[in-house]
Design a protein around this ligand. Structure first.
Ligand SMILES: O=C(O)CCC(=O)C(=O)O
Length: 255
């Protein structure tokens, strides 16, 4: 299946699809217009300001001196529905459907900001560790990592262990620390195979939810903000009924 889109939209090539299948990730430079990113950045900034003003929670990573090294908000599109009407959101949906060759449905999103100079890296993990509710949705699924500015290597660039999306669930340990957070780290793999992926603003890096990934520390003088958007194949009717009967997240409507 191919969705009809303006010819100016970069769409996955057959090499991209092969790389996606083999490596489990794909960097797509120049997917978005800078203006489209600026629109998203403005909406995310407002949410992050409010969040930071309300103080740390268990999705905030703190240094010993209580400075936040990383701040995260889950479910940003539910908090700010204009994000779902954004060009970036819509292009991701189209790109995901073309990459996987099937209709794709929005599942979840979040934003992560790593403080300039002291931003903590994200430890190696598989996103499937967090996806306990509907494991059947992990096979045909794509997570877009979208930076709001250029992310050089020392700016908290993402890193991936190619090919680890093949099916194995790696063991994850809770990260011991000063405060309780939801952050974990995977063990039992060869870290020397890691690929660092710096990327310029306007690009996105797509990864499979089973792929081992993380990020380096942000030692640059720029804060690093990334919006992460997840799409998966739509639920079947049976899956929808089960989902509703469990009382999991209510339907999200577009703005
Ligand atoms: O932004 C980061 O540092 C990590 C992002 C991540 O792990 C994810 O999107 O699953």
């Amino acid at each position: 299946m191919r969705i009809t889109v303006p010819t100016s939209l970069p769409l996955p090539t057959s090499d991209d699809r092969t790389a996606w299948k083999q490596l489990g990730y794909l960097a797509v430079p120049g997917l978005f217009r800078r203006e489209a990113i600026a629109e998203v950045e403005r909406l995310l900034d407002a949410l992050l300001m409010e969040k930071i003003a309300s103080g740390p929670d268990d999705w905030t990573q703190l240094r010993d001196d209580d400075r936040a090294t990383s701040v995260e908000i889950l479910g940003t599109a539910q908090l700010e529905p204009r994000l779902m009407a954004s060009e970036v959101f819509q292009l991701c949906e189209i790109y995901a459907a073309n990459l996987l060759g099937m209709p794709m449905e929005f599942v979840f999103d979040h934003v992560i900001r790593k403080t300039a100079g002291i931003g903590a890296g994200t430890r190696w993990h598989q996103d499937t560790y967090y996806e306990k509710g509907e494991p059947y949705r992990n096979t045909h699924r794509v997570h877009f990592w979208i930076p709001m500015a250029d992310v050089p290597l020392m700016g908290g660039a993402m890193r991936y262990i190619p090919g680890t999306h093949g099916g194995k669930n790696f063991e994850h340990q809770i990260i011991p620390g000063k405060a309780d957070t939801h952050y974990v780290m995977a063990t039992g793999f060869d870290e020397s195979a890691a690929m660092d992926v710096p990327i310029a603003c306007g690009g996105a890096i797509l990864h499979h939810p089973r792929l081992l990934h993380g990020s380096g520390p942000n030692t640059s003088d720029q804060q690093r903000t990334a919006w992460i958007l997840q799409f998966a194949t739509p639920r079947t009717l049976t899956q929808k009924l089960r989902y509703r009967s469990k009382g999991w997240i209510k339907a999200i409507s577009r703005a």
